[in-house]
Design a protein around this ligand. Structure first.
Ligand code: ZN
Length: 182
């Protein structure tokens, strides 16, 4: 296990479209070891999610986990979910506004509109089928992580650039706003 270096805004790897994983490769120790490293890196950095290109590997693997996260104290618990080759279908045009941050854009928060209800298909880390629906904050995290696989960052999708805030200022001046709102 190892903690991997996280690419930050400006590194071109964050703008690449990541390549699909060949499901046969999920049997390899190298890929399983990499997924373990991704998980360890996400937890070390208090991330609610992490995508492989954020650690300089342009492959379509993304993680999500929320378990009493100090960076997102209001978020519901989400068990560790490893998504390989995820595909999202929007189930509504309705959006929610989410105050997002990103380990690749450290120290900033900004408000992003996300589809409120989505359907997700993917493989798990052993190649099994994953199929679920997600709503609200959970749906937003999935969309944020899957955007990384297409070279997109939350700062590309801000409701307004005027929402951008450093975290201490966010906590000082926006503390009364919910992280997820209609
Ligand atoms: Zn991110």
């Amino acid at each position: 296990m190892a903690i991997l270096k996280i690419a930050r805004l400006g590194h071109p790897i964050l703008r690449e479209v990541s390549l699909p994983i060949d499901p046969a490769d999920l049997a390899s120790d190298a890929v399983q070891g990499f997924i373990d490293d991704l998980i360890e890196t996400m937890r070390d950095a208090d991330g609610a999610g992490l995508a492989a290109p954020q650690v300089h590997v342009p492959q379509r693997i993304a993680l999500i986990e929320v378990d009493g996260n100090p960076r997102y104290p209001e978020f519901p618990q989400i068990p560790l979910t490893v998504l390989v080759n995820p595909e999202i279908t929007f189930l509504t045009d309705d959006t929610v506004k989410i105050w997002e941050g990103c380990l690749s854009v450290p120290g900033l928060r900004g408000q992003v509109p996300r589809r409120r209800h989505i359907h997700v298909k993917a493989l798990d880390r052993h190649g099994g089928a994953i199929d679920f629906e997600a709503e609200d904050g959970f749906a937003g995290i999935v969309q944020h992580e899957c955007d990384h696989l297409d070279g997109l960052l939350f700062v590309d999708k801000l409701l307004s650039s005027r929402s951008l805030s450093f975290l201490p200022e966010f906590q000082r001046y926006r503390a009364d706003e919910p992280l997820v709102s209609a």
